[in-house]
Write a protein that binds this ligand. Sequence first.
Ligand code: FAD
Length: 387
Amino acid sequence: MGFREETREWLEANCPESMRSPGMVTSGGRRATFANPDTKLWLDRMAEKGWTAPDWPKEYGGGGLDKDEQQILVEEMRRLNARAPLGGHGLTMIGPALLEFGTPEQCAEHLPRILSGEIKWCQGYSEPGAGSDLASLQCKAEEDGDDYVINGSKIWTSGADMADWIFCLVRTDFEASKHEGISFIVFDMTTEGVSIAPIELISGSSEFCQTFFDDVRVPKRHLISRPGNGWTVGKRLLQYERTSIGGVGGAKQKVRTLDEYAKEYAGEADGKISDPGMREDVLGCLMDDRSYSLTMRRSAEEASTSKAPTFLSSLFKYYGTEQNIRRQHLMISALGTQGLGWSGDGFSSGELGMTRGWLRSKANSIEGGSSEVMLNIIAKRILALPD
Ligand SMILES: Cc1cc2nc3c(=O)[nH]c(=O)nc-3n(C[C@H](O)[C@H](O)[C@H](O)COP(=O)(O)OP(=O)(O)OC[C@H]3O[C@@H](n4cnc5c(N)ncnc54)[C@H](O)[C@@H]3O)c2cc1C
């Protein structure tokens, strides 16, 4: 039996029915809860198969699939409309960075626990005085025997209150130049001296936290790469993050499309959106969606010799997030007043979800580096324009 047939048969037999639709994707962790037990079952089955990270080496619990096999898996998951079994910073950020910069011991310690969904990670990059200008960070790690002692704080740490481990950029050398004094370190969030204050948003939810480190002792073996090379590791991780935010790769599920919503809410005549202005806007957006997805596919195929992302990740991050903002905005326009509800009986749960999705999309152009910063990188690193 060929790989496609085997994959199809396995997915048919192992993907629970309730996982064959869009919905919540777990990012795992010691404190993960599963309202639907199928979410856990699907995670465990895929993890055992190595398919939570199909391209990672088998020795660390990955699938060891080549590019063609990965594409077949994506297509077969899409055929069932299967959702991803696992998401989160472990899989999309620190895992790939460890594969590139970690020692075999560090990979063996962390990668299997990422793949199985046992450990949830968070990202300690931004500080109150270091966002777009990340290299200004001041959180310090000082050597003391076999340990580093960390003091300082991080802000906008998504999911820190639920995370088990953190990857952090810290300053280990205050004499060196801004970029060369930075190191990259990982540690357990239960280490003494770590405290977390959730930041309450206007919506009432707390997606982010401020994270404080007060004499946090971290064994030196948890430093990734050599001291002072943190900027290189951190930048590469950002490329993985930006590629992921921009929507490259992964099995895309079938969801209701923009034109279906527009027809339902803004009216339909002869199978078309009745309002000509809305029709033109929706058509333009769908055409750009299609062009973008073909460009991502072409880029992935051209990168056949190396899996590591490049500065192109900034281009995908910029375009993918701005396109999502445009799509969400059009969706809300099509919904009219039904797109402006916050609570109450006058709105369906789907409509309320879309309002929140639209508002959430605004953060897309900030997280992982703002659109303005992406444009700077594109100008400098891709187009080679002068400073
Ligand atoms: C949803 C979300 C999740 C996040 N999660 C995390 C996380 O888990 N961990 C973490 O460490 N951080 C996280 N962040 C923080 C994020 O990385 C920063 O918000 C981002 O890098 C921008 O930094 P800042 O907020 O300090 O804005 P600033 O850097 O102060 O920027 C303010 C404005 O100035 C513009 N600007 C700044 N510099 C330039 C320039 N050189 N050229 C042109 N324009 C410029 C920016 O585009 C922006 O519009 C998250 C942010 C969001 C929105």
